[in-house]
Design a protein. Structure first.
Length: 226
């Protein structure tokens, strides 16, 4: 039995942005978790008075949410572009297209949802009448944000399923791990009932870590051959 060097093709052709695109996914997950689990991340209330009180007490959190919404667009586009490029290199053209479509929808709709939930409440008016009108506008469009987040979850699910199917076919990861990715992708469709949020956060985190581990491996490995 002899050993033959197997070199991963085209690794040297990757740009710096593509090679480190998993960092975009990790930073997105970290930012989303910090934003979601800070004490200020609470229900804004059901009445205009409650919304006004929330906005005045959490102005810094609202500003951070609006800024993260814009940053998340860049992070998710970076992550999606790097993932799609890797799939194209494997010849998984269809799965790569699904990742691009799903990832683009995910990035855009997530950013818009955060904008809907934060922008109307920034710089709450001092005058009571104007503040009440501002809060009433927020209550009128609050559900639009949930619809957008639900659409973002569908996009994330399509991206997860496309990437996981490609990984399963190419044997890049153990089959159980690829099937876990598919299950998380399907679960992401249920973002509107909240638990889907944890599904796409878990998948982005898992995919980012796997991609970074892949980058850390040596460019060549020796495998047995007859």
């Amino acid at each position: 039995m002899s050993t033959t060097a197997v070199v991963t093709p085209a690794v040297s052709e990757r740009t710096w942005l593509e090679r480190w695109s998993p960092l975009g996914g990790l930073l997105f997950v970290l930012g989303a978790l910090v934003l979601a689990f800070t004490p200020a991340a609470d229900d804004t209330g059901e009445t205009a008075a409650e919304v006004v009180a929330f906005a005045r007490d959490n102005d810094d959190w609202l500003a951070a949410g609006a800024i993260f919404g814009l940053i998340s667009l860049l992070l998710l586009v970076w992550f999606t572009a790097g993932l799609a490029a890797r799939l194209r290199r494997l010849g998984a053209v269809g799965e790569s297209a699904l990742v691009v479509i799903g990832g683009a929808a995910f990035a855009l709709l997530f950013m818009l949802a955060l904008t809907v939930w934060t922008a109307p409440l920034l710089d709450m008016e001092d005058e009571a009448r104007l503040a009440t009108a501002q809060a009433s506008t927020f209550l009128a469009i609050d559900d639009i944000g949930w619809v957008m987040l639900g659409g973002a979850g569908i996009g994330a699910g399509l991206m997860a399923i496309g990437a996981s199917v490609a990984a399963l076919r190419a044997g890049l990861v153990p089959s159980w791990l690829a099937w876990l990715g598919i299950v998380l992708g399907v679960a992401a469709f249920a973002t509107v009932v909240f638990f889907g949020i944890f599904a796409w956060l878990a998948w982005v985190l898992l995919a980012s870590l796997l991609l970074l581990v892949g980058e850390a491996r040596p460019r060549s490995a020796r495998v047995p051959s007859a």
